[in-house]
Design a protein around this ligand. Structure first.
Ligand code: PLP
Length: 301
């Protein structure tokens, strides 16, 4: 079940449409060139999580692409309409929640440059059930392989047209990396720059933790490497800081991952997925650190 609402200046609450019917021009540059930006959010327990942080990142991705996008207020209204319609469709279908199991849905915001020559772009919101694979990986953990991203860690500064750090629709490379990992029998990837810096997953941020006596330290790669600023990483860091953890920002090398007490891939829908092995080598999975971070993730709103 998917619900679709276009962000449309003529419809202040958004314009609902049928996702099973053709809705987008084949000339839309989001389709023909991957020219647009997007965000993926989690809707669960009646709340869309971290909406402000996602809207801020969408604005910043759009600014890097010089792409006009709807106002935060227009997105908010369309998201409200979409999740209300999703809840209504689930109730009408008789969906019930198993005890202790909260239904999880993915909310996607997409903005494109619109058809060639158009005066404005196209923007829409969809709500669909969250993929079960991601939910399972929170429990089972992941095997990952490291993959060369093909750029050095300073490419983002030197070549801003690469749009590193923007969440654009051009995810063909990220999806190819995931297919490559799966052919090797792995679940996911950690990209490494050509000069040896740990970057990010295909659709996630890398976090690692160390424990020394009572001291707990959480580290993530520095944004200066051109990675996407993760909203989940940001929220976990804020919670960890309040809980007295030390925070650190790379640069990190692959060896740092093997020397940590736990390593995770984190993202808005998959949340906190512990890594079991990297390049076929098992790594520590400190269960107490995981349980503590999982409680922080649960508290993110
Ligand atoms: N890095 C990349 C390349 C991503 O695609 C994503 C999410 O899709 C993330 C990091 C994690 O971002 P967030 O925590 O905001 O979902």
């Amino acid at each position: 079940m998917t619900v679709l609402v276009f962000v449309d200046p003529e419809f202040p609450a958004g314009r609902p449409a049928d996702p099973s019917q053709p809705q987008l021009s084949v000339l839309d540059q989001g389709v023909t060139r991957g020219d647009g930006v997007f965000e993926t959010l989690l809707y669960t327990g009646g709340a869309v999580r971290k909406l402000d942080a996602h809207l801020a990142r969408l604005e910043s991705s759009a600014a890097m692409c010089e792409l006009p996008v709807p106002s935060a207020q227009a997105w908010r209204s369309a998201v409200g309409t979409a999740v209300a319609a999703y809840d209504a469709a689930r109730s009408a279908a008789g969906a019930t929640e198993a005890p202790g199991m909260r239904h999880e849905a993915t909310v996607k915001l997409v903005a494109t440059r619109g058809p060639e020559g158009a005066t404005h772009g196209t923007a829409w919101v969809t709500v669909s059930p969250a993929p079960e694979l991601g939910q399972r990986q929170r429990e089972t953990g992941l095997s990952v392989i490291t993959l060369d991203r093909g750029y050095d860690s300073e490419a983002g500064d030197r070549a801003p047209w690469l749009l590193m750090g923007a969440k654009t629709l051009s995810y063909g490379v990220n999806m190819a990396a995931l297919r490559h990992a799966r052919k090797q029998g792995a679940d996911d990837v950690i990209f490494v720059s050509s000069d040896g810096h740990v970057l990010e997953g295909a659709t996630s941020t890398v976090l690692l933790a160390h424990r020394e006596g009572p001291l707990k330290r959480l580290v993530t790669p520095t944004l200066q490497t051109g990675i996407l600023p993760g909203t989940t990483q940001g929220a976990i860091f804020a919670a960890a800081q309040s809980a007295g953890w030390e925070l650190g920002y790379g640069p990190l090398e692959t060896q740092d991952l093997f020397e940590a007490d736990a390593v995770w891939l984190v993202s808005s829908v998959r949340l906190l997925a512990p890594i079991n092995s990297i390049d076929g080598v098992g790594i520590p999975r400190d269960r107490e650190l995981h349980a503590e971070l999982a409680r922080m993730v649960d508290g993110i709103r």
